[in-house]
Every structure is written in C-alpha cells, then in structure tokens.
Design a protein around this ligand. Structure first.
Ligand code: BGC
Length: 376
C-alpha cells in the first residue's frame, strides 16, 4: 500500500474510534445532530400530595418544552416500587436524560445502573440519590442552610434572637419540640443537622428545653413527610410530656405539610392566640403562607422552585449537547460512592412581613391566592 492509502486508512480508523468514544460517559445524552424535538427528557417526581412537587414538575416540563424537547413527566404517589417502575419505563422508552427527585434516596441503584448502561445521564433533582456511581449531577438548594434558617426562625420567633442575628430580649427557658423529615430522604439529615448545630448552644445553656427528651433524628423523623404522621406525633407528645399543665412554646418543623399537622394537634389541644407556639416550616406552600399571614404559623423557608427547575434544564441541556454542566459545589454531596457535582441555590426565610416583598412581588403567588390560601 502506498503512504497515501495508509494515511487515509489511519484517519478513517481514528475517526471511527472517536465517533465511538463520543457516545460514552456522562454528557452523552444526545447524539450529534439531534434536534430538540428528537430528544426526550424523563422527569420523575415523588408525589402530588405536596404542591411543591407539582410546581417543580410543571416548571421543568414547561421550560424543557419551551426549548422544543419532549418530556416524559411521571409522579410516583410516594410509592417506591412505582417510582422504580416509572424510571425503568423511561429508560426502555428511550429517554436521553433523566431528572429524578427520589422518594427513597437509596432505592434506585438498579435503575441508575440500567441508565448508565444505556448511556443516559442522570440528574438528581433536589434530593440526592445515594449509593450509586451513576448520578452525574445534582441540583438543589443549600440544604444545611435550610436547617440553620429554620432553627434561626424558631429562635427569632421565641425572641431569643433578633432577625439580624443579635441577642434577643427573651431569656426562656422555653419548651420546644423537634421534628425531622423522612429518614430515607438525604435532605432530612441536612436540614436536621443544620438546625441542631444552631439550636445546640441554646439547649446546652438551658434556654431551650426539649421536654420529651427526643432529640435524635430517628426519634423525631416523620416517614414520607406525612402531615398525619406529624399530627399524631404532636398529639402523643402533648399527652406524654405536657399533661402536667406545662406548655409547648415552640416547634421546629422542617416542612409546611408537617407544620399543618402539628398546628392541628396544637389547636385541638386548645392552644390559641398569644400562647400559640412558634412553628417553623419550609416550602412556602400556599395554605401555610396564609397561616403565616393569619399569625398562626411563624415562618417558612422559601425555595424558589422556578429557579431550581431552570438549573435542572440548564444541566439537562448541557448533557444533551455533550457538555459538562457547571457546578458551584464539588465537596458537600457525597452520595456514599462519590462526591456528586452540584449546583446549589440560596434560600430565604419568610415571616409575615416578607410575604409581600418575597412571594407576591416576585410573582410566586398573587395577593388573592395568599388571602384565599389556595393557588390557581
Ligand atoms: C425537600 C423539601 C420538602 C420535603 C418534603 C425535601 O426533600 O427538599 O423541600 O419539603 O422534601 O416534600
């Protein structure tokens, strides 16, 4: 063979092997030249019982569809086998990228292996998926700071601290009770750790007393973040620890749904008006925003799901165009196998005075929705 033919053969082999490689690993979701209309993004959400996940699902879908992509959005009714099955189906139907908010962060390893085998990049949405090497990116909020903000809001509500972080007038001692989310949700641990780091000095010096003695996360956690579970635990606490005439002054609650269960238990036990305990929350759910406006719930933590959806779309599009999404945290989220590159968004505490500037003026809710306690 002459040199020209050899060279031509060489470059053909090189081109072939490069083509083979370009389909490999994270970031290979799309095929070169695919138009958005040829690409499908599977979006797996945990439940429709909490309005935040409905808003998340809708935002991600709308934003992807606006860019021309096809979207396969599924809700799993907080049932782990259902979510596994839905993700399996997304893979067999040929999803090019998966965006998953897991119910149980440890239950999807099999699906994620199948995704990796099919070269489908996986983005963990808000909740980290654990114990799998096949999580390519994580979009969430700063979950430790959520916990710090919840605990701080409890201290501010009790008057122990001021909003600007200075020492407050109130000295206590105050009776408080603690709640955490579902133990199988990685976030529940971050929220609780952030909160406990903030509250510990006040518990240690006697300003705060946890009368039930229940301060370990496995004692205070509520499976699947269920409102009824929180109501039941609050009722049990009132019966077991507050039947001697002492009163609860504050409750650390990590999610508005739990807060509503806790509030119902407190109201049923006769708590009213000025003696109503300080109850925290998270997610700025419309029913709870109304409770804050009415002076019943003390605060919530606002996480703008529109911004989270936007980050998920940016990450998904990066993978579809063979790019690596940009992380702003490459240290915090070790999923048990590896540190997952993450994009974390900031959070905002909302007290009554913040409803207008933070939630209404930003277009998240209208004033009418807040007044009605119902969106839409
Ligand atoms: C989310 C919270 C939410 C909770 C219950 C957590 O993983 O980060 O925003 O309140 O799940 O749905």
């Amino acid at each position: 063979m002459n040199r020209k033919i050899l060279a031509a053969l060489g470059s053909a082999v090189l081109a072939l092997s490069m083509a083979a490689c370009s389909g490999e690993g994270a970031g290979s979701g799309g095929n070169d030249g695919d138009k958005p209309a040829d690409l499908t993004i599977g979006v797996s959400m945990p439940t429709q019982t909490s309005e935040r996940w409905i808003a998340d699902g809708n935002s991600v879908k709308e934003k992807l569809e606006a860019k021309g992509y096809k979207v396969d959005l599924q809700y799993a009714g907080d049932d782990i086998p259902t979510q596994s099955q839905q993700v399996d189906q997304m893979i067999t139907r040929g999803a090019d990228v998966l965006i998953i908010a897991a119910i149980d962060g440890t239950a999807l390893s099999g699906q994620l292996q199948a995704a990796a085998d099919a070269k489908i990049p996986v983005i963990a949405y808000d909740r980290l998926i654990r114990d799998s090497p096949n999580v390519d990116f994580y979009v969430s909020f700063d979950n430790f700071k959520v916990g710090v903000a919840q605990a701080t809001a409890l201290l501010v509500g009790l008057g122990v601290q001021t909003k600007d972080g200075a020492k407050g007038e109130a000295k206590g001692p105050f009776n408080v009770e603690l709640f955490a989310g579902s133990l199988d949700d990685n976030n529940a641990h971050f929220f609780f750790n952030g909160a406990m780091e903030t509250l510990k000095p006040f518990i240690d010096d006697g300003t705060l007393k946890v009368k039930s003695g229940q301060t370990a996360i496995d004692k205070v956690a509520i499976l699947r973040w269920q409102q009824e579970g929180a109501q039941k635990r609050m009722e049990d606490l009132l019966t077991s620890s507050y039947n001697d005439g002492t009163k609860v002054d504050g409750v650390l609650s990590p999610y508005d749904g739990l807060s509503r269960g806790i509030i119902t238990a407190l109201q049923n036990a006769g708590y009213r008006g000025a003696e109503f305990p300080v109850v925290t929350g998270q997610d700025a759910e419309i029913a709870s925003v109304k409770l804050i406006d009415d002076g019943v719930q003390s605060s919530t933590i606002f996480k703008d799901t529109r911004l989270l959806a936007e980050q998920a779309v940016i990450a998904g599009e990066a993978f579809l165009t063979d790019k690596t999404p940009q992380a702003n945290d490459t240290e915090t989220y070790n999923n048990g196998v590896k540190v997952v590159p993450s994009y974390l968004l900031p959070v905002q505490t909302v007290y009554k005075d913040d409803i207008k500037p933070v939630l209404i003026d930003s277009g998240y809710f209208t004033a009418e929705e807040v007044a009605a306690g119902q969106a839409g």
